[in-house]
Design a protein around this ligand. Structure first.
Ligand code: GDP
Length: 423
């Protein structure tokens, strides 16, 4: 019996979806504890590709319970669309296998508009997905947010507060010529969504503790990645939640001492979507991946920036998350490389840095120091066992283990569930 958190060790898109899907086999409950529908997981199941935004990927397993915890911000209309899409694809979804925290904050129509308004007015663009996630978390911290239990109640005080907040936002939007939000239409749409979501709305803290008491295993599906964490990431080019392992506890009501394993997921190289510093970025590598049709965002379709594996980042991620093991994904992405550069540390103003600096200006200036490892130059996609990996791949993985002081437990050699080598 072990409760496990899966966390991205980079800037998201590490392939967590597939690792979560694999670990779900042994889990009873799959939990999302932070983020919103700005995240996108790709899971390939029985040859069908599913892209999940808010709903835990455990939903593809009919007998598992999926929980959306209090730390998530949820767009009521978007989640219903996601549910409907999955149901159309033949996935069974009901309150029996999906519970949503009554304490989860809502992403409202004015939050989406506020995202556009703020990004347009920001001197430094942080590249948000404009789904209202940041403004919804902002309102939560500002203590003016709306939670699911209020929407579901459909109370007069909820409606009154909604209208007054929309009026307030409309006054702001007017100043820059943005179209106002129709408060009556928003109210109708939201209340209708609330009625449909009511059966799913529950005290998920009580549910999770009940499940643990019954000896069931929890699997936490981290969204985004460590360097998008609002505290530990490359601030301000971050998301608005704690994407690191601590966020799984605060976002679910499960205490830290109940966590047994923390699996860090990292690609065998590095990618990043949107703005922000990226020391090992390599445009030739990006061109190669894009030419092969790889590395386009699952949610946004945007081209991901690509670079070599940055062990300074993975080392830091291992520290702050307490990784008990690493899952290295897309090792097959490096199949045709003759030499593979790997960044072990940075240099900044003549000093050696083994951990990332706080200042993004410094992170932009660091010089990554590479070691070059020989490539395996063969197709890994059919390799099933650890011992059948070529010696060069073993050497590459061993280097990662030494530098991060974390054992590699899983290796991805292709997008499907079967293409994962468990050591
Ligand atoms: P997530 O948000 O961390 O789940 O990552 P994404 O789903 O956005 O991105 C991972 C992408 O890589 C998806 O298209 C996966 O199907 C794919 N993928 C995951 N693991 C592997 C792997 O080991 N090899 C290959 N070639 N693709 C993989």
């Amino acid at each position: 019996m072990s409760n496990t958190i899966v966390i991205g060790a980079q800037w998201g898109d590490e392939g967590k979806g597939k690792i979560v899907d694999l670990l779900t086999d042994r889990a009873d409950v799959v939990v999302r504890a932070q983020g919103g529908n700005n995240a996108g997981h790709t899971v390939i199941n029985d040859g069908h590709q599913y892209i999940l935004h808010l709903i835990p990927s455990g939903i593809l397993w009919p007998e598992k319970l999926c929980v959306i915890g209090n730390g998530v911000v949820m767009d009521p209309v978007a989640i219903l669309k996601e549910i409907d899409g999955l149901v159309e694809d033949g996935i069974e979804i009901s309150p029996k296998n999906l519970s949503i925290s009554d304490r989860a904050h809502l992403v409202m129509p004015f939050h989406r508009e506020m995202d556009a308004f703020k990004e347009a007015n920001r001197a430094v663009k942080i590249g948000t997905t404009k789904r209202g996630i940041g403004p919804a978390y902002g309102d939560k911290i500002d203590r003016i947010g709306f939670r699911l239990h209020e929407l579901v109640s459909g109370s007069a005080s909820f409606v009154e507060r909604l209208h007054s907040r929309i009026e307030e936002c409309n006054r702001l939007f007017e100043t820059v010529g943005m179209a106002p939000i129709d408060a009556t239409a928003a109210e109708e749409e939201l209340l209708a969504a609330g009625r449909r979501l009511a059966p799913y709305c529950a005290d998920t803290v009580a549910i999770l503790h009940r499940e643990m008491k019954a000896g069931r295993m929890l699997l936490f599906e981290g969204a985004q990645g460590t360097f998008l964490d609002v505290d530990q990431g490359t601030y301000p080019y971050v998301t608005s939640s704690n994407t690191t392992s601590g966020g799984a506890c605060t976002g679910s009501g499960v205490p830290p001492h109940r966590i047994d394993r923390v699996v860090g997921v990292t690609k065998a190289y590095t990618t990043r979507v949107g703005e922000g510093p990226f020391p090992t970025q390599d445009d030739a590598l990006a061109d190669r991946f894009h030419g092969m049709g790889r590395e386009f965002g699952a949610t946004t379709g945007r081209k991901r920036r690509c670079g070599w594996l940055d062990l300074v980042l993975v080392r830091y991620a291992a520290m702050v998350n307490g990784f008990t093991e690493l899952a290295i994904t897309i090792l097959d992405g490096l199949d045709d490389c003759a030499e593979i550069p790997i960044c072990s540390h940075y240099e900044l103003d003549g000093k050696k840095l083994t951990l990332p600096p706080a200042s993004i200006h410094d992170l932009q200036r660091v010089v990554p120091v590479y070691e070059s490892l020989p490539g395996w130059q063969c197709d890994l996609s059919q390799v099933k066992r650890w011992e059948d990996l070529p010696p060069q791949a073993h050497a590459y993985l061993a280097r990662i283990e030494t530098e991060t002081e974390t054992p590699v437990a899983m290796v991805g050699v292709g997008p499907s569930r079967e293409q994962t080598i468990v050591r």
